[in-house]
Design a protein around this ligand. Structure first.
Ligand code: G3P
Ligand code: CA
Length: 243
């Protein structure tokens, strides 16, 4: 059997409203090996779990997360845009997600993506590290970002942290991999897999996103890529059983 790990992207994004407790519960229910989520900072400095810089696409509200307090964010419906039956879904804090994972005895890998490529949220790295610290005995945490400076900051603050660089094209970031600080993981977009150096020989784990189509899942499984990050963890888990 292939050993590629299945990481649920923004929870189980294909079947639940992304980055909500409902999505993470589903990822736990289907027994994903890992869970990925995205974090930003609210106006009052809370680490909140949501993908975009604004609430516009995935909630009933409008505006930048950095301009809204946690209380304002909590008033928004974060589920109806996906399906009206999820109208109770709210934007969770990172703390709430960590509690959910701990309460459900999760022992896999949590991939926290710090969304610092547009706004440089003050001390978000310190806050995320402090929140995750109490849970490290139970599950492992990988910190990823498209923003190289954030990864460097995480490493400087807590040297034993596992960091991974996200990239979507063959570019400067990728070229820098051998020059700057070491990263423990490469997180490339699936479409650039072929343009990477021979990754089968790499000792650094490759965690590829966002792998949703069956043919793409087959590629990851047959090549024994370390992990696939997918919106459909249940589908990927089923496929892994037969490859
Ligand atoms: O971790 C992979 C993936 O989440 C990166 O892109 O835009 O979905 O956060 P995005
Ligand atoms: Ca992400």
């Amino acid at each position: 059997m292939a050993y590629t790990k299945i990481i649920a992207h923004r929870g189980s994004r294909g079947t639940r409203p992304e980055n909500t407790l409902e999505a993470f519960q589903e990822a736990l229910k289907v027994a994903s090996d890992g869970i990925e989520l995205d974090v930003h900072l609210s106006k009052d400095g809370e680490v909140v779990v949501i993908h975009d810089e604004t609430v516009d696409r995935t909630t009933s509200g409008k505006g930048y997360i950095k301009d809204m307090t946690l209380q304002q964010l909590k008033e928004l419906d974060a589920g109806s845009w996906f399906d009206p039956k999820y109208s109770d879904a709210r934007i969770p804090t990172l703390q709430e997600v960590l509690n959910l994972l701990a309460d459900n005895h999760f022992t896999g890998v949590l991939n926290i993506e710090l969304k610092t490529d547009v706004f440089q949220y003050p001390a978000i790295e310190e806050k995320v590290l402090a929140l995750a610290e109490p849970y490290l005995a139970q599950f492992s945490v990988i910190y990823s970002s498209f923003h190289y400076e954030t990864l460097k900051r995480i490493k400087a603050l807590r040297g034993e942290s596992e960091i991974a660089l996200l990239f979507s094209k063959k570019g400067k970031q990728q070229m820098n991999l051998g020059e700057g600080i070491a990263v423990e993981g490469w997180h490339p977009k699936f479409s650039i897999l072929r343009s990477l150096p021979p990754f089968e020989q790499s000792k650094i784990p490759l965690r590829v996103w966002t792998v949703n189509r069956k043919v793409e899942m087959q590629v990851c499984l047959r090549k024994n890529i370390d992990s696939m990050i997918t919106d459909y963890p249940e589908r990927a888990l089923q496929m892994r059983k037969v490859i």
